[in-house]
Design a protein. Structure first.
Lengths: 119, 100
């Protein structure tokens, strides 16, 4: 059986290639039907905010790739509740349905996956 | 001697934002650019700190960075700038301190 992988994405979309690379891993893995979950944490939460318009700062929009996650079979999407709260966001504000998890649930999420990649 | 302080990193993850707020004096100004504009997000912890800035500290932010992140409900005392006004603003202060 394929090993399960948790991808932790903790960088804002405008701050370097990490956000896109984490997303690329998820989409590639999803295309091969690997058991994947994605956790948005710290500034990675900002990837989920709606109505982003990165053309104003000459950057590519990640939101289409994010919306593709469920189509690629990556449906286990989670968001760190603490990161949401300190950034003034809640799940009703998000462009993608991600389930908020408290710290205890985060520990359990990491524990139950075979591999963890943080970008 | 007045100073324009420029923040361009996220208000989370290191102590730049908190340290910068601590050293702002009367007549100084704070300009938020890049990821630092996330500090303006309504309901966030850094926004609360910005709302508590004394009236003598002027607050500016780069408009294109605000637009890119779809930020709304900006503080009343925050002025949005384009790049030409950014350059002009730098000349309004005795010095510029960039928190690189």
């Amino acid at each position: 059986m394929a090993k399960s992988m948790l991808i932790i994405s903790r960088r804002a979309p405008g701050s370097g290639p990490s956000a896109r690379e984490a997303l690329d891993i998820a989409l590639a893995g999803g295309a091969f039907d690997l058991p994947l979950a994605m956790l948005f944490m710290d500034d990675g939460i900002y990837q989920l905010t709606p109505d982003q318009a990165p053309h104003h700062i000459q950057q590519k929009d990640l939101s289409a790739n994010l919306q593709a996650l469920p189509l690629f079979g990556v449906e286990d999407l989670f968001a760190c509740a603490y990161s949401l709260q300190e950034r003034g966001l809640d799940t009703s504000h998000l462009a993608l349905p991600a389930q908020p998890l408290d710290d205890e649930a985060l520990r359990a999420l990491i524990a139950r996956h075979d591999l963890v990649v943080t970008l | 001697m007045s100073t324009l302080h420029i923040l361009s990193h996220s208000p989370f993850g290191d102590s730049r934002f908190a340290s910068c707020l601590r050293v702002l004096g009367p007549g100084d100004a704070l300009l938020l650019t890049g990821e630092a504009v996330q500090a303006l997000r309504q309901g966030s912890a850094p926004r609360l700190k910005l709302d508590q800035l004394p009236a003598q500290v002027a607050l500016f932010a780069l408009e294109e960075d605000i637009l890119a992140r779809a930020l709304t409900d900006l503080p009343n005392h925050c002025t949005a700038l384009d790049y030409p006004r950014f350059v002009a603003l730098c000349l309004d202060y005795d010095k510029v301190n960039s928190w690189l």
